[in-house]
Design a protein. Structure first.
Length: 208
């Protein structure tokens, strides 16, 4: 999953507010720019929407998650985590924001913090296979190959068609057999996001 799909983690919960069409339009176009992979443009548009002070709490939540996803793809993990934390101030139990923060932490190399946040996300959304895939990757990068395999196998039970998890089980097993081998970096990362199905899970909220 490349930069286009990164926005799949950032749910678009568009709470339409006819009083402020400009802010809503900026937020929506920012989301679409991220889906196209134009993350710099996405951030500019979302900056305007967020800074307007005119978004509903649901739209603001989505905008922080969407902007955080673009920051993550661009490698600006500090700003990404700040945005996910702002989203969590609005809705502390939002599994997507927690998992997205975990992914940014993992990509930043802060594996213990990442795993702690992935754990929280799994409790809140235990059927999200891609969250388990990413937690497995964090365990793998930390050298905890047995735990990585458990996560990859759990992800496959939820989604047998997930090729990344099947590949990563084999790679982790090879590392257990020969932990001193040079890292071939053959673990399939699954992109910078969870997956686009998270959008579908809350699509009914799109225009409340």
């Amino acid at each position: 999953m490349g930069s286009c799909v990164v926005m799949g983690v950032a749910l678009w919960i568009l709470a339409c507010s006819p009083a402020f069409p400009g802010a809503i339009e900026d937020a929506w176009q920012g989301y679409r720019a991220g889906m196209r992979g134009d993350h710099n443009r996405s951030i500019i548009l979302l900056n305007g929407a967020i800074g307007s002070g005119e978004l509903s709490s649901k739209a603001l939540l989505s905008s922080y998650i969407n902007r955080g996803a673009s920051y993550t793809t661009l490698g600006d993990f500090s700003h990404a985590i700040e945005d996910y934390d702002r989203a969590l101030q609005i809705q502390p139990g939002n599994a997507v924001a927690i998992a997205s923060k975990a992914l940014a932490l993992a990509k930043w190399g802060r594996y213990d913090e990442a795993i702690e946040n992935f754990n929280r996300a799994v409790v809140l959304d235990p059927k999200n296979a891609r969250t388990l895939l990413h937690r497995g990757n964090a365990h793998f990068d930390k050298g905890a190959y047995e735990k990585a395999i458990l996560d990859y196998e759990a992800a496959l039970r939820l989604d047998p068609s997930l090729p990344q998890a099947a590949n990563n089980v084999d790679e982790a097993a090879r590392r257990i057999q020969d932990p001193d081998q040079p890292c071939a970096c053959n673990v399939t990362r699954g992109g910078d996001a969870l997956d686009a199905s998270t959008i579908e899970q809350t699509s009914s909220l799109a225009r409340e």
